[in-house]
Design a protein around this ligand. Structure first.
Ligand code: ZN
Length: 253
């Protein structure tokens, strides 16, 4: 199968990041999703990483996820999320609430691990509505439920990832196989993902997030920020955030 996997939201603390409760959604979507990708690759599937770690806004994050998913034909698109808001258990969203075999299996198999089965549901979600492939969004469990988090911690992200892999492929993941993957392909994947992270903002152009532009322009006008000898600013996302925070605190006048 050709499977697109999205670790939901941007990374923790960024615009578009996930819910925070007893655990942090942005962190756990990556814990589960990266393992899931490694397991599926190891089982011979073509895996496309549809994760977007940094975006200017939630909408930009969602659009980028769909762009990554729609850049090639996929048999299945899976977005990993964790729920919040005072419930308990697992639920899966599909287009029109269609009960795809894979979606039903995810609910059933996570239920078998001990999570309440909230079922396959219809909810108008951007990544479900705008991806071309058969799509589902998995809410593994609730970040703000003490019993869900206790169970999730006891099982571990690896076990949850294996269970989702089994549900979407219909094949058993052998423990040995997945442990081998954890050390090899998971590390490889992590490197791959880490390699993508430090986006550098050199110019005031489309690439520069809109929320940072007024501050960066001000700093350039005041001569506080000057480019290198090629005129490149060489700013990272973290630097943009610090400059904007300082600006909002009135430090640059
Ligand atoms: Zn979410």
């Amino acid at each position: 199968m050709r499977i697109g996997i999205n670790c939901g939201h941007t990374v923790s603390g960024q615009p578009g990041c996930g819910a925070v409760g007893l655990i942090n959604e942005s962190v756990e979507t990556r814990e589960v999703g990266n393992r899931l990708m490694a397991i599926l690759k190891g089982a011979g599937h073509t895996v496309v990483n549809c994760t977007n770690d940094y975006a200017a806004t939630t909408n930009a994050n969602l659009a980028e996820i769909c762009r990554l998913a729609n850049a090639q034909p996929l048999d299945l698109f899976v977005s990993i999320h964790f729920n919040s808001g005072g419930g308990k258990g697992t639920e899966v969203f599909t287009y029109n609430g269609v009960r795809h075999a894979e979606a039903v299996a995810v609910c059933d198999k996570l239920h078998a691990l001990g999570f309440v089965n909230r079922g396959v549901k219809n909810q108008s979600l951007y990544v479900i509505n705008h991806t071309n492939a058969k799509a589902m969004l998995i809410e593994v469990c609730f970040v703000d439920s003490a019993s869900d988090v206790e169970l999730y911690r006891r099982l571990g992200a690896q076990r949850v990832a294996e269970t989702i892999a089994e549900a979407i492929t219909g094949k058993t993941v052998t423990r040995k196989e997945s442990e081998e993957l954890t050390v090899t392909q998971y590390e490889e994947l992590k490197k791959e993902i880490a390699g993508l992270k430090p986006m550098i903002y050199n110019y005031m152009d489309n690439n520069m997030p809109d929320w940072a532009k007024p501050t960066i322009q001000k700093l350039m006008d005041k001569g506080i920020l000057v480019g290198d000898n090629e005129g490149k600013l060489g700013l990272t996302m973290d630097m943009l955030r610090v400059f904007v925070a300082n600006d909002r605190a009135g430090i640059y006048g």
